[in-house]
Each structure stands twice: as structure tokens, then as C-alpha cells.
Design a protein around this ligand. Structure first.
Ligand SMILES: Nc1ccn([C@@H]2O[C@@H]3COP(=O)(O)O[C@H]3[C@H]2O)c(=O)n1
Ligand SMILES: [Zn+2]
Ligand SMILES: [Zn+2]
Length: 245
């Protein structure tokens, strides 16, 4: 069964010509927002969409380009649309998301005192797949990004790997493809500089050809256009385009 993917943005955290690397995963009658960064409200607006058209949100990790739009999402759902949207997030991130990121803006005595007052929180355990909709099944895979900071990539429908921000992990990619039948890899990519907290293009280019063929690149910087034609068989994901995967 194919999945529809529409990146609402494909940019890295500080990109200015691309929105934050956030996506819509679209099943027949269900739309999952994958990460909700600072630019997500504007990126959806550019697509003629609003948060009202989203059925659930899944968060990979706590950085502004992945969670910075959640305050607007929460307020709009509560005040404007009068509903609680399902929030899928690793159990380990539930408390930090509220205490360290959202509480400051959302807290309201007597009405918003926890994440559960604005979201239908669905805590996830890495390694245990859950059905988000009839056609979307998701399994978190913990991947390394920033020391001491939990970050979770996602394996969709037992065949599509969507990387969170992560440092290069060739063992994981080899295992997914060779042992778990992974068919598509949507991977973050840092085009220039050293990959201290991200995966560089150079590192991805070192993977075996049969793996590179499966890779789409995302979370790139403003310099992306000058790298077209320099990625071998890997393709850049384009924001707003709909892919059938
Ligand atoms: N040790 C770190 C921590 C953060 N950063 C930059 O901050 C950004 C936060 O969002 P991101 O998408 O994870 O990308 C991070 C780096 O650009 C970085 O370059 N080095
Ligand atoms: Zn990021
Ligand atoms: Zn990050």
C-alpha cells in the first residue's frame, strides 16, 4: 500500500528559502503532520491548508524547527476548532515538551495546566509500531542527534524510513534495507561543513549504491540548488510536491 507524502518544508533549521523540514503523510481520509516547526503555520497556509485539516501530529524531537509551531496549533485547536488533536510523541519527550517548551506560552490557570488539556497525548515506545490510521503504521527508532537529547526517527509501514535530525548511522541504514526490507529512505542532509549533529552529503554518498538509490534528501540549507547533479542517485525532496511512496 502506498503512502502520500507532501513536505510542507524541506529546509534545515536556519534555511531562509525553504520552510522547516515538516511533512504531511496523507492516508485516504487522514492527514498526519510530521513535526510542527516555527514555519509550519505559514507553510500550511501557502498550501491553502490550515491546522483544521490535520488529524494528528507526530513529533521527532524538541528543536524549534520541529516543535516551534505547536503553541499556535494547540491554541487554534482549543480556541478556534474546539477539539483535541492526537499528539504522537515518544514517552521520554512528553514531560520535556510541556515543561521546557510549551508551558511558558500555553499555561492558563484552571484551563491549561498540562499537555493533556490541549492534546490527546499518545505516548510511543521505540520499537513498538502503532496504527495511526488504517493506512499509516509508525514505529519510532531512537537515533543520535545531540548529546543528551532524545531524538526519534520513524519507520512507516515497515518499509519507509523517515530520519529525524541525526548523525550518520550507516549500520542502521544497512540493517533496515538488508534485514527489514526498507524500500524508501527520507534522510536529513547537511550539504556543507562537518556533520557534528547532522548527516553530511559526503557521508550519505559513501553508502552502497543499492541504498543510495532509495534515498531522498531533506532538511537541507539554502545552498541546495548548487548541489543539484552532485548527489549521484539520491534525489532532493521538494517542498509542496506530492510523492506517492
Ligand atoms: N551542537 C549543536 C547544536 C545545534 N546546532 C544547530 O542548531 C540547530 C537546531 O536545529 P537542528 O535542525 O537540529 O540543526 C541544528 C544546528 O544547525 C549545531 O550546529 N550544533
Ligand atoms: Zn531540524
Ligand atoms: Zn534537531
Amino acid at each position: 500500500m502506498t503512502l502520500k507524502l507532501q513536505m510542507i518544508g524541506t529546509g534545515g533549521a536556519f534555511a531562509k528559502s525553504f520552510f522547516n523540514n515538516n511533512a504531511l503523510i496523507i492516508d485516504e481520509n487522514f492527514t498526519l503532520l510530521l513535526d510542527c516547526g516555527v514555519t509550519a503555520p505559514m507553510a500550511l497556509h501557502r498550501l491553502g491548508r490550515s491546522f483544521e485539516s490535520v488529524d494528528a501530529v507526530l513529533i521527532t524531537h524538541i528543536h524549534a524547527d520541529h516543535v516551534g509551531g505547536l503553541e499556535e496549533l494547540a491554541f487554534r485547536m482549543k480556541m478556534q476548532y474546539n477539539r483535541k488533536i492526537a499528539l504522537y510523541i515518544a514517552e521520554a519527550l512528553v514531560m520535556p515538551l510541556w515543561e521546557n517548551t510549551l508551558r511558558g506560552g500555553l499555561y492558563q490557570e484552571g484551563s491549561i495546566t498540562s499537555l493533556n488539556d490541549v492534546f490527546d497525548v499518545r505516548p510511543l515506545q521505540p520499537g513498538t509500531a502503532v496504527d495511526i490510521s488504517p493506512g499509516i503504521r509508525a514505529e519510532l527508532i531512537q537515533t543520535r542527534h545531540i548529546p543528551g537529547k532524545d531524538s526519534f526517527s520513524i519507520y512507516f509501514n515497515d518499509r519507509i524510513f523517515y530520519s529525524a535530525d541525526m548523525i550518520f548511522d550507516p549500520e542502521l541504514l544497512n540493517r533496515l534495507v538488508n534485514e527489514r526490507g526498507c524500500e524508501v529512505i527520507l534522510h536529513e542532509c547537511q550539504l556543507e561543513g562537518h556533520g557534528a549533529v547532522h548527516t553530511t552529503l559526503e557521508e550519505l554518498l559513501s553508502l552502497p549504491e543499492h541504498i543510495c538509490k532509495q534515498i531522498y534528501l531533506m532538511h537541507y540549507g539554502d545552498e541546495m540548488r548548487s548541489y543539484e547533479g552532485r548527489t549521484d542517485s539520491m534525489q532532493f525532496l521538494e517542498q509542496q510536491r506530492i510523492y506517492e511512496l
